[in-house]
Design a binder for this molecule. Structure first.
Ligand code: ADE
Ligand code: ZN
Length: 337
């Protein structure tokens, strides 16, 4: 069998469908943004910040993730955050991205919605023209806040619909089921937005949450969704609908101590469109290529399996068929090499 080298992974044109822009905030940026905004940090250097990354489950991760965002204050800060991620994407030959952002984590600190979305949007335009990285933005609601707050933020987003492709749902899943947001998501759909939701790994009531995503919300994609494997009929339905699942192996290893290699293989075997993603790469210390490499090195994934996962990402993206065709052609050249 041909070895999966770093060069092979680099050569694949890739799509990333599950990356939180706030999760790309590197420790070095926390320091430079704090200095620019006159904020005093409780750490002396970026190494100390990394040393304090003590997460073992979703709530312990989210606590650190939200605290660090305090350094993001101005439109320029959000531009720089997103532009840094797009540069990393370009370096790794990630050519298409559907990134998430969490506006409520900023408006709750007094940062205007427009400041956030305008900074990110400007970076998306520059990434497309300067780096050749194409992207479409997804607004995530925080599921541990109220449905009313989500509805208010959807209203704030309405003047910016041209800057968004979809809405998502993230943050602490415990006792915050998809059904809590059924009305907001129905309204988002009526505005022409695509729908996705986190069904994080091994959460309380997770199989029921996946079922609600399919039967009540009728999502266009599922983020994570590994636990669907516990239900035969859910797997069959996900495969029948051709729904994408955005799996994040290194993130899973941090949060649930499982790289989920066996589960990813099981999904592929059942005809489910699994894809590989980085989730919060600054925190889990792994961007797209590192996620693919770890699957090859530690779970024995072959070139063909990585090609399938990469092709799936373009297939379940929310690109037009014409743009998908363009990327399939690029990918086929590598597949034949
Ligand atoms: N917000 C950022 N990363 C997240 C994750 N992995 N799950 C839920 N909410 C998140
Ligand atoms: Zn996520």
């Amino acid at each position: 069998m041909t070895a999966v080298t770093q060069d092979f992974i680099q050569s694949l044109p890739k799509a990333e469908l599950h990356v939180h822009l706030e999760g790309t905030l590197e420790p070095e940026h926390i320091f430079s943004l704090a200095a620019r905004n006159g904020i005093e940090l409780e750490y002396d250097n970026p190494e100390d910040v990394v040393a304090a990354y003590d997460f073992h489950d979703l709530p312990s991760f989210l606590k650190i993730y939200y605290a660090a965002m305090d350094v993001l204050r101005t439109e320029e800060d959000f531009y720089d955050l997103a532009m840094h991620y797009f540069r990393r994407a370009a370096e790794q030959n990630v050519v298409y991205v559907e990134p998430f952002f969490d506006p409520q984590a900023h408006t709750s600190r007094g940062i205007p919605f427009d400041t956030v979305i305008n900074g990110i949007h400007r970076a998306q335009n520059d990434a497309a023209t300067e780096l050749g990285v194409e992207s479409n933005l997804i607004l995530c609601f925080l599921r541990d806040m109220s449905a009313e707050s989500a509805a208010e933020h959807l209203a704030m987003a309405e003047p910016h619909l041209d800057k968004l492709i979809g809405v998502g749902l993230d943050s602490d899943e415990k006792d915050n089921p998809p059904s809590k947001f059924a009305d907001v998501f129905a309204h988002a759909r009526s505005l022409g937005l695509k729908l996705t939701m986190h069904c994080d790994v091994n959460q309380k009531d997770i199989v029921e949450h996946i079922r609600e995503c399919l039967e009540l919300i009728e999502v266009d994609r599922i983020d994570h969704g590994i636990n669907a494997l516990e239900s035969d009929d859910l797997c069959t339905e996900i495969a029948r609908r051709g729904l994408g699942l955005t799996v994040c192996p290194v993130s899973n290893r941090f949060v649930v101590q499982n790289l989920t290699g066996d589960e990813i293989r099981a999904m592929l075997a059942r005809g489910m469109k699994a894809t590989i993603n980085s989730d919060d790469p600054a925190y889990f210390r792994a961007y797209m290529n590192e996620n693919l490499q770890v699957l090859a090195d530690e779970a024995g994934f072959t070139r063909d399996e990585l090609l399938t996962l990469t092709r799936n990402a373009f297939e379940v993206s929310w690109l037009s068929d014409a743009r998908k065709g363009h990327y399939y052609e690029q990918l086929a050249k590598v597949g034949q090499a």
